[in-house]
Design a protein around this ligand. Structure first.
Ligand SMILES: Nc1ncnc2c1ncn2[C@@H]1O[C@H](COP(=O)(O)OP(=O)(O)OP(=O)(O)O)[C@@H](O)[C@H]1O
Length: 253
């Protein structure tokens, strides 16, 4: 039997504890993620999607319940420690990359995460052909901009770079936090296809928050609907294949 890569057991998170505005955000949430799962997550604003990523990523520690990674309790492990097996791509193209460094330097930094910066940039040129192939897989011209400062890239190229950096060391889990939301429809579609291809080819395990119903249905093997801090639906297989944006939107009502 496949062993889960990550488990959330009866996880609850509470904000403004001990005050009149105390609120429980995630409510007794249970989730088992298996290796190779590509899970899309939808839900209305305020449903708890980002809070769920914060609990998985360690930005927020669960107030109740447990988070397990490969069976080991990581409930109280901090965000920095979790970067050894987990990475996250945000909606904002400015997050995740160093703007004054070139594309190649950013990629090398990601490849050698954990090493001192002085050592990281030795023999940068040796990696150029590898980075060119990697960047070309994003289908948006990133391979021709390896020597360009990240701050001068288009939004789509910058998000593609953030995604490549997040996947370079093959983390156990990748959290995609609306990573195409700030892009125009065509650029978003190109990045989504490249994202999907890399996840499939490298057998990565990923969770993706999206407000695009079509993307939530089209990509991934599982779809979660979050509502008021609970998982309202966990849809897989034939049921997912037969979903329509209309049927999915009906969950929100
Ligand atoms: N630190 C906090 N203090 C108070 N309320 C919070 C805090 N963090 C989150 N919330 C509330 O918890 C709820 C869930 O927030 P969360 O950001 O997880 O939702 P979301 O599903 O990601 O929404 P969106 O689609 O708008 O990004 C919201 O009502 C939000 O206002």
């Amino acid at each position: 039997m496949t062993k889960p890569i990550l488990e959330l057991k009866n996880v609850s998170t509470i904000v403004n504890k001990g005050t009149a505005s105390e609120t429980t955000i995630l409510k007794n949430l249970n989730l088992t993620i298996n290796p190779g799962d590509f899970i899309t997550i939808v839900g209305t604003n305020g449903a708890g999607k980002s809070t769920l990523f914060n609990v998985i990523g360690g930005t927020l520690i669960a107030d109740q319940g447990q988070v397990l990674h490969n069976g080991q309790d990581i409930t109280h492990q901090n965000e920095v420690t979790r970067t050894s097996f987990l990475s996250r791509v945000f909606q904002d193209p400015k997050l995740g990359t160093a703007p004054r460094m070139t594309v190649a330097e950013n990629l090398l930094l990601a490849k050698r995460r954990g090493q001192s910066r002085r050592l990281v940039f030795r023999r940068l040129k040796q990696h150029f052909s590898e980075f060119k192939i990697l960047a070309a897989s994003m289908n948006n011209g990133l391979e021709d901009r390896l020597n360009t400062a990240t701050g001068a890239l288009s939004g789509g190229q910058r998000q593609a770079l953030s995604f490549l950096m997040a996947t370079l060391k093959r983390p156990d889990i990748i959290l995609l936090d609306e990573h195409t939301a700030a892009l125009d429809p065509h650029t978003s579609e190109t990045l989504m296809q490249a994202t999907n291809q890399r996840i499939q080819e490298d057998h990565l395990t990923a969770l993706m928050i999206t407000h695009h119903m079509e993307d939530a249905i089209k990509y991934g093997n599982r779809l979660l609907v979050l509502k008021a801090g609970r998982i309202l639906a966990d849809i897989t297989g034939k049921e997912k294949a037969q979903l329509t944006p209309e049927k999915l939107t009906a969950y929100f009502e």
